[in-house]
Design a protein around this ligand. Structure first.
Ligand code: SF4
Length: 370
C-alpha cells in the first residue's frame, strides 16, 4: 500500500477483523494495551473495538503526554508566570490542563499572564529573540517524539547567545512507563502491547526487546491508521496463540530496529536521566524522564528560577490515575460526560484528543461501558 487512504479501507479492515475472529480462541481473553494516545484516538475514531470479538479487549495506556503530566507541574508553570513574570511558550493542549485552585494556564492567560501558544520550538526561540528584556520559558512536554526538537532549540539558543531563553523540561520516556505499568502490584493483567508509532520512529524497536525477554509480553509496533492498528492486533493474537513473545514491527514504513540515530544523538547531547519523576497515575517513577545536562544548566528553567516541585492530588472524583494505569475505562468515572467534558475538563484525560476520556466522549464510544 502506498497512499494514506488505503490504510483506511473499510473492506480490508473487515477482512482482517474476520481473520481475528477466526484465530481468537473463544475460551480465553486477549487483553492488549495500546500504550500510545495516538492509538487510543484512532481506536475510538475508527470504531475498531466494534470490529473485534468481545473477548479481544483493548486497554488504554499512559501514552498521552498531556494526560500524564501531574497537577504539580502545571502549578510550577503558573508560578513561573505569576511570580517570575516570564513569557511562557507552550503547545495548545497544555493550556487547558486543570491545575490547583481551579486554575489552568488558559485562566492565567485570561487574568493577564503572558502565555504564547506556539507550533514549534523555533517559535519559542523567535519570541526570545524579539523580547530580549524578558525571560522566555518553553514549557516542554512529551515523549521521545518531541524531545529532539527541544534539544535542537537548546543547542540553537546557546549558538545564538540567547541568555533570556530556558526550558521547563517535562520530557518523559516510553519504556520506563511500560515497566511501571507492568510493575504495579495487582495491576492490570496484560497479554501484550501495541507499541507506539511516532516514538518508535525515534527510539527504534530495540528498546522494547526487554518486555518479551523479562516479562514474556509481546510487543507489536503499529502505525496510527486503522489498518495498522487492526493488523497489529492480529499479529499479537498470533504470537499469543503460538506461545511466542517477541517484538514485531507492523510499522515498517517508518520504524527500524535502531530508530533515528541523529535524533538520538541530539537528545544525548543535551539531556540526561532524572533520578525520579512524578507521573499522573503512575506516581514517582525512577529514571523515567529527562533533564538538561550540567553543560546546559543555564537553559534549565528549574535551575534558573529555583523551581521546587510540590505534589498535588488529583480531583477527588477523577479516575484519570486508574485509567492511565489501564485499570478503569473512561465511562467508569462517575463524572464522565456530565461534569467532565472536553469543554469543561476536570481531569487531564479529557483535555487532549489523545486522552482516553476525550477520545471516548468525542466519538461516542460507550459500548464497552456495559
Ligand atoms: S471523565 Fe474527567 S474526571 Fe473522569 S477520569 Fe476522565 S478526565 Fe478524569
Amino acid at each position: 500500500m502506498k497512499y494514506i487512504d488505503e490504510f483506511r479501507d473499510g473492506d480490508l479492515a473487515r477482512g482482517i477483523a474476520a481473520a481475528i475472529g477466526r484465530v481468537a480462541m473463544p475460551e480465553r481473553k486477549y487483553r492488549l494495551m495500546e500504550f500510545c494516545g495516538g492509538h487510543t484516538h484512532a481506536i475510538s475514531r475508527y470504531g475498531i473495538v466494534d470490529l473485534l470479538p468481545a473477548h479481544v479487549e483493548l486497554i488504554h495506556g499512559p501514552g498521552c503526554p498531556v494526560c500524564v503530566l501531574p497537577i504539580g507541574r502545571i502549578d510550577q508553570a503558573i508560578r513561573l508566570i505569576r511570580e517570575q513574570g516570564v513569557i511562557l511558550c507552550t503547545y495548545a493542549d497544555t493550556l487547558r490542563i486543570p491545575a490547583s485552585g481551579h486554575l489552568s494556564l488558559m485562566k492565567v492567560r485570561a487574568e493577564g499572564g503572558d502565555i504564547r501558544m506556539i507550533y514549534s520550538t523555533a517559535d519559542a526561540l523567535k519570541i526570545a529573540r524579539e523580547n530580549p528584556s524578558r525571560q522566555v520559558v518553553f514549557f516542554a512536554i512529551g515523549f521521545e517524539t518531541t524531545t529532539p526538537p527541544t534539544a535542537v532549540a537548546v543547542i540553537q539558543a546557546r549558538q545564538q547567545g540567547l541568555g533570556n531563553f530556558s526550558v521547563f523540561c517535562n520530557h518523559v520516556l516510553t519504556p520506563a512507563a511500560m515497566h511501571a505499568i507492568l510493575a504495579v502490584p495487582d495491576g492490570v493483567a496484560l497479554d501484550g502491547f501495541i507499541g507506539p508509532a511516532h516514538v518508535s520512529t525515534v527510539i527504534g524497536s530495540a528498546p522494547y526487546e526487554i518486555f518479551p525477554k523479562d516479562y514474556g509480553k509481546p510487543v507489536v509496533i503499529a502505525g496510527f491508521e486503522p489498518l495498522d492498528v487492526i493488523r497489529a492486533i492480529h499479529m499479537l493474537i498470533l504470537q499469543i496463540n503460538a506461545g511466542r513473545a517477541e517484538v514485531e514491527n507492523e510499522f515498517t514504513r517508518a520504524v527500524t530496529r535502531d530508530g533515528n540515530r541523529k535524533a538520538q544523538a541530539l537528545v544525548a547531547e543535551v539531556f540526561e536521566l532524572r533520578a525520579s519523576f512524578e507521573w499522573r497515575g503512575l506516581g514517582s517513577v525512577d529514571n523515567s524522564a529527562l533533564r538538561l545536562k550540567p553543560a546546559f544548566a543555564g537553559f534549565d528553567a528549574e535551575q534558573r528560577f529555583g523551581l521546587a516541585y510540590i505534589p498535588v492530588p488529583d480531583h477527588k472524583a477523577c479516575e484519570c490515575g486508574a485509567i492511565l494505569r489501564g485499570e478503569k475505562r473512561p465511562q467508569e468515572c462517575r463524572i464522565f460526560g456530565t461534569v467532565c467534558t472536553p469543554q469543561t475538563p476536570v481531569g487531564s484525560c479529557m483535555v487532549s484528543a489523545e486522552g482516553a476520556c476525550a477520545a471516548h466522549y468525542t466519538y461516542g464510544r460507550f459500548r464497552d461501558a456495559a
